[in-house]
Design a protein around this ligand. Structure first.
Ligand code: TRP
Length: 477
């Protein structure tokens, strides 16, 4: 048997099915759910976007997640090696490993800007926490760093962070070092351990803050906003955005899930596991919306404020609410936990590949890949100050306004992930040996046929159409 990434690095893979689920849910649940999903829903009119998103998760995301696990466990290697091995066993060209390569590159690029955004979270923890505990020890009334500050002052504070390359790069570095440290410690002692501690804490905080928001915020309006579709908002770019978000949020097509599939024992039934992970991830996205929008509406903020929604608006909102300074601090701790369990999975995909491909030791591989992503992240950070005029893909209509970070985010999410997903669906649906796929999937009879139909027909056609019209909306008029 070909040694898996885990085996070469002296790993045995996950210690249990629960550990696997926690790690995979940890990968899925992240900034995508709490920062990206509410932002995109807000920008694209709420209900209509949520509806398309849910359809994408069900018909495309879930089937492809199972496909990734199947390829990983059958291939017993990193994203490229696993595809090559399944291709060999199915007697088709090893060139199919191209989509494994796109996945690994996408994961690497996502990691680079992900760590920058997670750095903002660290900065906010620092600000709100420092002041909160300062007041606590001074015996003053509990308030946060943002108390008594108006919108302008908080915006100014965010502006200060963004104007300072040193601060942006510093917090980015801090987050990347934490990520590298965990991945270097191994699948079992690093990734699995982090997930089993952080994920339960995350769920606890999430429920707490949501209940708080339901009592203190405008819950009804949030519900109406998120679940009343306005079909005039369903443009091709909005649909592309929803599809890309489904890929991003489920951690599809970015190297992680094939790799995690390789660490899963033979006894685990993959289909119900993929369903559990998808449901958990989607549930967290919806709950995050129900956590954020009631507060947004209660204080009269604009739900389409974009990425600044969380970092600029919510700190102010929290201050106007009872106990808000503590809740504000906990809120950013919550996002930090979610981001960390995701970033370690983002790093693991390319790291496993570097271990397999070059025979590197795990710590060396994690440092080199994480270091590379850190350097690209620096460019993202500079895109807010010294390079703020740079529009890397400015010639392309949908990227015309995008700064460096937004360009990387959009390019991976709207293009690379769906493209790799498209190739994967053709590979698993048409090329890979049918018996091998069926056996690994854990599905049989009608359920297997339904899954195969989705993977072989629905995914490629839908993703191809959405890609073409989403990337070139001009074609529609
Ligand atoms: N799913 C993560 C989130 O929602 C982001 C992500 C995309 C990811 N691809 C990944 C995380 C691969 C881990 C591995 O924040």
């Amino acid at each position: 048997m070909v040694a898996s990434a885990g085996a070469q690095a002296g790993e045995q893979g996950w210690s249990s099915r629960t550990a696997f689920i926690l790690a995979a849910v940890g990968a899925a649940v992240g900034l995508g759910n709490i920062w990206r999903f509410p932002t995109l829903a807000g920008e694209n009119g709420g209900g209509a976007f949520v509806l398309v998103y849910l359809v994408c998760v069900l018909l495309i995301g879930l089937p492809l997640m199972l496909s990734e696990f199947v390829v990983g466990r059958a291939g017993q290697s990193d994203a490229i090696g696993s595809v090559a091995r399944v291709a060999e066993e199915s007697r088709v060209s090893r060139k199919w490993r191209l989509f494994g390569g796109i996945e690994i590159l996408a994961g690497f690029l996502i990691l680079s800007f992900y760590s920058v955004v997670a750095g903002w979270v660290l900065y906010y923890i620092w600000l709100s926490g420092g002041d909160f505990f300062g007041n606590l020890f001074a015996g003053e009334p509990l308030r946060g760093a943002f108390s008594d500050m108006g919108q302008d002052a908080v915006s100014g504070m965010m502006g200060e962070l963004f104007a300072s390359p040193g601060r942006l790069i510093g917090v980015h570095a801090l987050f990347m070092v934490a990520t590298i440290t965990i991945v270097a410690s191994g699948v079992h002692d690093g990734i699995e351990k982090a997930a089993t501690w952080l994920m339960p804490a995350f769920f606890f905080l999430l429920l707490g803050i949501t209940i708080y928001g339901a009592f203190t915020g405008d819950f009804e309006r949030a519900l109406a906003f998120m679940f009343t579709p306005d079909f005039s908002k369903l443009t091709a770019p909005a649909i592309n955005e929803a599809l890309g978000q489904a890929f991003f949020s489920l951690s599809l097509a970015s190297g992680a899930l094939i790799t995690y599939g390789a660490y899963v024992g033979r006894e685990v039934n993959l289909a119900p596991t993929a369903a559990t992970i998808s449901v958990a991830d989607t549930g967290v996205a919806l709950i995050a919306g129900l956590m954020i929008f009631p507060i947004v509406f209660a204080v009269g903020l604009d739900p389409s404020a974009g990425p600044a929604l969380i970092f600029q608006s919510l700190p102010v909102a929290f201050q106007t609410m009872p106990g808000g300074s503590l809740i504000g601090l906990l809120f950013f701790v919550l996002i930090f936990f979610a981001a960390l369990t995701s970033s370690i999975s983002l790093l693991e995909g390319p790291t496993a590949w570097a271990i397999d491909r070059f025979g590197l030791r795990r710590p060396a591989a994690a440092i080199m890949i994480g270091g590379g992503a850190f350097v690209i992240g620096i460019a993202c950070a500079l895109g807010y100050n010294v390079w703020s005029d740079v529009r890397p893909l400015g010639f392309w209509s949908i990227f015309a306004e995008a700064d460096i970070l937004d360009t990387l985010d959009g390019f991976t999410g709207k293009l690379m992930l769906p493209l790799a997903g498209l190739l994967m669906s053709i590979f698993v649906g048409w090329k890979a040996d049918r018996r091998l796929v069926e056996m690994q999937s854990g599905l049989s009879g009608g359920l297997f046929l339904a899954w195969r139909f989705l993977v072989a027909w629905v995914c490629p056609i839908a993703v191809a159409l959405i890609l073409v019209f989403g990337l070139f909306p001009e074609l529609l008029v």
